[in-house]
Write a protein that binds this ligand. Structure first.
Ligand SMILES: [Zn+2]
Length: 489
């Protein structure tokens, strides 16, 4: 089935065809690392992680790159506030960012740091100067937007309107108000690198051009980022890259919606409540991931109401309950089932599952509609539950043949949830029933102690033996009894 992607550049869904057959390069604009991560920083990575998982499942070899902007005005200002170096601040915030992505199950191939690619940036800038697209003035280098006939093609703006709409400051060294900085001369006390145009540092846009080209080539497949980056960031990336190489920069531009509340951007006060440290304290990583994937990536993500993540995870809890049933019947952790299902036999239930599976992939093939794909997962619960009921799979009347049919369906379910990156960990670590197992074991231990006090040793021994069968050992010692889970050791 062909994959179609909504391309911001052409404003329509297009058939996806990679430049090199079998391979896909994706570049996503990453964070400027001056403050700890909040939910807004996680949206792009979670979405593109699923894009990568889906394309990988489709047989492509995918390289996902997310850059780290570790030199910028904001970093310089914040490091002064915190009385540390820019490098120290960047290192600390980057570590926090990586930890968040790791917890959310996001798998990235390269995290290029801007400060490691200064030479590559300078080389692009020099080419632009040589070709007459850029000029050095007063220690800065600017891109001359009037030399690029295509300027404005991504954000659908006309250059003459842009030039008329922006006023040029008297102090400005730029030729045109819309010209943007490729290189910024260093002010006293700022970090700097030597260059043919004087000591300074790169502009923000040139970072992404140099790093994407270095890792993915002069033309690559997919460039992603938040909707707010379309202009000027991505427009400027295109201008400088295409003027430098004379080739198309990225084939497909995918822009994701932003976090919003009541139709507007997140305010400063709400901004604090979406700090990842706070969200991780209140929710499991899986709940946060599920919340992000519930919406189609091109729509804004509404963060409204008392606790939007909790509200969205009612559905996730249903999936957990179902998973627990599967584990009871199959006597195996769901996450240990293979992600490639065995061939489907023609059992009626499996035919239904195959239909759902196809619909799931149709939704993902159609511009990565994760919200609709999640809807298909819920549809799959009924046929599987009905089958388990009718075949009495939780009783001794169950047959191996019926259990195998359910196992095959469960493997399909595992294949699909794995693409979305949910139900990946063992039940206890997801936060769903967090703390319930210890409480239940304490309760059993208490009841057993009660039985022993009443000299009902038959019951006490039965509790101990039955627990041992499921991997829980009770140890009686001088300070009382305690339980130990051995199955996980
Ligand atoms: Zn960028």
């Amino acid at each position: 089935m062909p994959i179609r992607i909504f391309n911001t550049l052409t404003r329509q869904k297009e058939l996806f065809e990679p430049i090199t057959p079998g391979k896909v390069g994706i570049y996503l604009c990453g964070p400027t690392v001056y403050a700890p991560s909040h939910l807004g920083h996680m949206i792009g990575p979670v979405i593109f992680d699923v894009v990568k998982r889906h394309l990988t499942h489709r047989g492509y070899q995918v390289t996902l790159v997310i850059n780290i902007t570790d030199i910028d005005d904001k970093l310089i200002q914040q490091s002064a506030v915190e009385q540390c170096t820019v490098a120290e601040l960047a290192k600390r915030v980057t570590a926090d960012y990586w930890k968040c992505l790791d917890r959310l199950g996001v798998q990235v191939d390269h995290f290029p740091h801007a400060t490691h690619y200064i030479k590559e940036m300078q080389s692009v800038i020099q080419t632009l100067i040589d070709k007459g697209h850029a000029y050095a003035v007063g220690g800065d280098v600017y891109f001359d937007v009037t030399t690029d006939d295509d300027y404005g093609k991504l954000s659908n703006r006309k250059l003459d309107e842009m030039l008329a709409g922006t006023r040029k400051e008297v102090s400005d060294l730029k030729r045109n108000a819309a010209d943007f900085a490729l290189w910024k001369g260093a002010k006293p006390g700022e970090p700097f690198w030597e260059s043919p145009w004087g000591n300074g540092r790169p502009g923000w846009h040139i970072e992404c051009t140099a790093m994407s080209m270095a890792l993915l080539g002069e033309t690559f497949d997919i460039h992603g980022g938040g909707l707010d980056l379309q202009f000027p960031h991505h427009e400027d990336e295109i201008a400088q890259s295409e003027c430098c190489t004379g080739k198309l920069f990225a084939r497909y531009w995918m822009h994701h919606g932003l976090l919003q509340t009541g139709g507007t951007k997140i305010s400063k006060s709400l901004g604090n409540s979406i700090a990842m440290a706070k969200l991780f304290a209140a929710h499991s990583a899986e709940q946060i991931r599920f919340f992000i994937l519930n919406t189609h990536y091109r729509s804004p993500i509404d963060y409204e109401g008392e606790n939007p993540i909790k509200a969205a995870t009612v559905g996730l809890n249903r999936l957990h309950t179902f998973r627990e049933r599967l584990e009871r019947i199959l006597k195996q952790p769901f996450c240990e089932l293979p992600v490639t299902p065995p061939p489907l036999t023609d059992a009626p239930m499996l035919r239904e599952i195959e239909q759902s599976r196809m619909r799931f992939f149709e939704f993902l093939d159609d511009d990565f509609n994760t919200g609709a794909a999640i809807g298909v997962l819920f549809e799959m619960l009924s046929p599987m539950n009905r089958f388990a009921d009718e075949a009495r799979l939780e009783t001794s009347a169950a047959t191996d043949a019926d259990r195998d049919v359910l196992r095959t369906a469960a493997c399909v379910f595992r294949e699909l949830t794995h693409i979305l990156g949910i139900l990946e960990s063992k039940a206890d670590s997801t936060g769903h029933h967090q703390g319930l197992t210890p409480k239940l074991l304490d309760l059993l231990l208490e009841l057993r102690n009660e039985a022993r006090k009443q000299k009902n040793f038959a019951i006490a021994d039965a509790v101990r033996n039955r627990l041992k069968e499921v991997g829980v050992v009770i140890e009686d010692g001088p300070e009382g009894s305690r339980w130990k889970i051995t199955a996980e050791e």
